[in-house]
Design a protein around this ligand. Structure first.
Ligand code: HEC
Length: 480
């Protein structure tokens, strides 16, 4: 990595030297002219590689980068977004860790885009245009082997600000399945704020784990809410205003997870009932691209539970129907390891009205040797930053992922380039900062104290992690 940096610096020096020589040439009146930058030759390859996954018909971005005609009207805005590095979206501190899905443009590409716009955003020679990249319509992961939807269409009542609904469907899988890629797809982006899909494995014949029906699940949540810090507000779960406050939850035995809300007390309180988180969708979320051989297992006979957060936050005109779905691609070869997901959360915080830098922590200790694969900070509209720090059993500590400029509109997942070894007994501390002042332009209510709650106008802090267990290898154990 040091070597890589040194080479990068050396390269940067050479580029600077070349630029200086070039400018000197200009200054001394040579005929050297800035190279003409065209869309077809120079810019299309950059956009195809770095923008088109989102900027193509049917995806979330407001315009397509696939053709000159579509791009041209946006040239000025593109110059601004690219030079400020707000596009492509990426909010992790580049000095902490290395990320397999780092989408930041190289300085060379940024310079090319800026030069292209400054020269009048020319189209260029059609012969230079590279072939359009291939995408599967409707899916970022490629053509799914199986698509499961919610089982029915759901219609949100007009004027409903926020609600969370659960839908349970049979997978009808007759054998265990190993999922290599998975994507949750909103049926209606205008009202779906998020989807989390859980796998509910069938109860084993020899175990007394009970399979919950959706109705039992609902009752359990209600009962749990009665004697703990949560309460149900219609279809939403919130923390009671007078619940005990612990901004620093790391000294609590639970590390901050106050939840029996779904009867599980595990998994950061989301899903629960022994279910496993399969995948999620939220605005601006990128795709699950787990390392080859690292899969999620869906046991034969499992059910899929959709937790869908609906919101009329975007003021959708009229169209309030949704039927969201989950697409999966199964591993082609014998997978190696199963991916586990955990949410490191604090349910006990309280953010005072107007506080500009309110901090809270949550902790989780690894019970065995693991490798961390991904990080995904989840906060609501007052979220400012999230940091993941590991305290190793030998006394060392280090920041392993840092997102200093959290943006609610971009629920990004960060994939470690090399899985991070976490020995048993390591404590992972998640530190969150919120801005509940009026300086935060996204703040839906700076005049009130804020506690944990489902709706986006309340707050959350969950540091989602995906990891594998070192002791597990399907090749030698669980595969058959
Ligand atoms: C992960 C998905 C994603 C990627 C990758 C991405 N964009 Fe975007 N982009 C979006 C979305 C979604 C919006 C709309 C954001 C909003 O409405 O706030 C957007 C907005 C923009 C805008 C602002 C449009 C306006 O309203 O003025 C520009 C310009 C832009 N993108 C350019 C690019 C360029 C150029 C690239 C590649 C170098 C890129 N984006 C990569 C998703 C993406």
């Amino acid at each position: 990595m040091k070597k890589f940096r040194a080479i990068t610096i050396l390269f940067a020096c050479l580029v600077i030297a070349a630029v200086l020589v070039f400018q000197a040439g200009e200054a001394s009146g040579s005929k050297a002219k800035a190279k003409t930058v065209t869309f077809n030759k120079d810019i299309a390859p950059i956009f195809n590689k770095n923008c088109a996954t989102c900027h193509r018909p049917g995806e979330a971005a407001p315009f397509s980068t696939l053709t000159y005609k579509d791009v041209r009207p946006w040239a000025k805005s593109i110059r601004e977004q690219v030079s400020k590095r707000t596009m492509p979206p990426w909010h992790a501190d580049p000095h902490v860790g290395q990320w397999a899905n780092d989408t930041r443009l190289s300085q060379k590409d940024i310079d090319a885009v800026v030069a292209w716009v400054d020269q009048g955003a020319l189209e260029g020679n059609p012969k230079d245009l590279p072939p359009a990249p291939k995408f599967t319509e409707g899916w970022a992961i490629g053509q799914p082997d199986v698509v499961l939807d919610m089982g029915k269409e759901y219609t949100l009542k007009p004027g409903t600000p926020d609600e969370i609904q659960y839908f349970t469907v049979d997978t009808n899988f007759k054998e265990d399945k190993y999922v290599q890629f998975v994507e949750a797809r909103p049926g209606n982006r205008k009202i779906v704020h998020h989807i989390i899909a859980f796998v509910q494995a069938p109860a084993k014949a020899d175990s007394n784990v009970k399979q919950l029906t959706p109705e039992e699940r609902r009752k359990m949540r209600e009962a749990a809410a009665k004697d703990n810090i949560f309460y149900q507000d219609g279809f939403l779960t919130k923390v009671k205003a007078d619940a005990p406050v612990f901004d620093d939850a790391c000294h609590l035995p639970s590390g901050g997870n106050g939840s029996k809300r779904d009867g599980s007390g595990e998994g950061g309180g989301e899903g629960g009932g022994g279910s496993m988180l399969l995948c999620g969708y939220a605005p601006g979320k990128n795709q699950e691209i787990w390392p080859a051989g690292t899969v999620k297992k869906i046991p034969a006979g499992s059910k899929l539970i959709f937790q869908v957060h609906y919101s009329t936050f975007l003021n959708p005109a009229g169209e309030l129907k949704d039927r969201s779905s989950v697409g999966m691609i199964f591993a082609k070869n014998t997978p190696d390891r199963e991916l586990k997901t955990h949410g490191i959360g604090n349910h006990y915080f309280k953010i005072p009205a107007g506080a500009e830098n309110h901090k809270a922590t949550a902790c989780w200790t690894a019970k065995e040797d693991i490798h961390l694969i991904t990080f995904m900070p989840h906060l609501h509209m007052r979220g400012k930053s999230m940091e993941f720090k590991a305290f190793y059993p030998d006394g060392r500590s280090e920041v392993i992922c840092n997102v200093p400029n959290y943006d609610f509109n971009w629920q990004l997942v960060y994939y470690a380039k090399k899985p991070i070894a976490i020995p048993k007994g390591t404590r992972i501390q998640v530190t969150t900062v919120w801005d509940n002042s009026s300086k935060n332009k996204f703040n839906p209510g700076p005049n009130k104290d804020v506690r944990w709650g489902d709706p986006t106008y309340e707050e959350m802090t969950i540091g989602w992690i995906d990891y594998t267990l070192d002791k597990q290898s399907f090749k030698t154990t669980a595969m058959k």
